[in-house]
Design a protein around this ligand. Structure first.
Ligand SMILES: [Zn+2]
Length: 267
């Protein structure tokens, strides 16, 4: 049985929850997708009961700070474990060429040389293109371009053992160009900055984001079985599950999940 642990569910500027990122786990594999905006990733992993040293790989969707900067802390911790002999396997980090170059540049200047020497050698930074696919433990990863107008962003299709497909769209709305990848997915992870009913207050469309209603409409048109909504504002977390869930369900006949930070979903 595979599971998804949501480490964070908020947008870039949240203060009441963590930035959106998650771990997909099988019996033997932990894959981290995005890393949040900083050192808080270490706290979220600890609270979730997932050892940093047990992670098998990291996939980064794009280079914005709320997804990328936590990776520096994962590298810092992984290098420390390797130095102490507590981690023997390599720790690969995957992403499009832009995010990988950004991560390399930050590490080059921000990490102590004794930690930076592990980057590339034992912590390979792997640039992927759309044509590539790679196995990380039990999971097959296939990136796809979400056609962001802001900067290059690749979503990812994760095929679980047994063949179920989990598709993450990153942090921008579904683009019709990706129908062949997303259609019929077992699980769709889609951003919703806010409720459609509160669009005048939060202005999601100006920020290249969408709403719970938009996520529900996309999921319905794509025939996906389960919809997971994340990357939201954080002014009404106590009611978010109910409000966002109801709005998405008004347009979507499948199962809607609006997880809180650290919530675990069985896949
Ligand atoms: Zn984001």
């Amino acid at each position: 049985m595979c599971k998804l642990t949501m480490l964070g569910t908020g947008n870039a500027l949240v203060t009441k929850c963590f930035n959106s990122c998650f771990v997909v786990s099988s019996a033997t594999t932990h894959l981290l997708v995005d890393a949040g905006g900083g050192n808080g990733i270490l706290a979220q992993l600890e609270k979730a009961g997932i050892d940093v040293g047990s992670l098998d790989g990291l996939y980064l969707t794009h280079a914005h700070e709320d997804h990328l900067l936590g990776a520096v802390w994962i590298i810092r911790m992984m290098a420390t474990l390797m130095k102490k002999g507590k981690r023997t396997e390599k720790f690969p980090i995957y992403g499009n060429s832009h995010v990988i170059k950004a991560l390399y540049g930050i590490c080059r200047y921000a990490l102590a040389p004794a930690n930076f020497e592990y980057v590339c050698e034992r912590i390979p930074l792997v640039e992927m293109s759309e044509a590539d696919s790679v196995m990380v433990g039990d999971f097959r990863l296939r990136p796809f371009d979400i056609h962001s107008t802001k900067l290059t962003q690749f979503g990812v299709e994760i095929t679980l053992p047994g063949g179920k497909r989990l598709v993450c769209l990153g942090d921008e709305p579904y683009n019709e160009a990706n129908r062949s990848v997303v259609e019929g997915a077992d699980w769709l992870i889609c951003e919703a900055f806010c409720l459609y009913s509160q669009r005048e207050q939060f202005k999601p469309y100006e920020k290249h984001h969408s709403t719970a209603l938009d996520a529900g409409r996309a999921a319905e048109s794509l025939g996906v079985r389960n919809l997971i909504i994340y990357h939201t504002e954080d002014t009404q977390l106590a009611d978010r599950k109910r409000l966002y869930g109801a709005e998405a369900a008004s347009a979507y006949s499948g199962n809607v999940y609006v997880p809180d930070d650290l919530e675990v979903i069985e896949l």
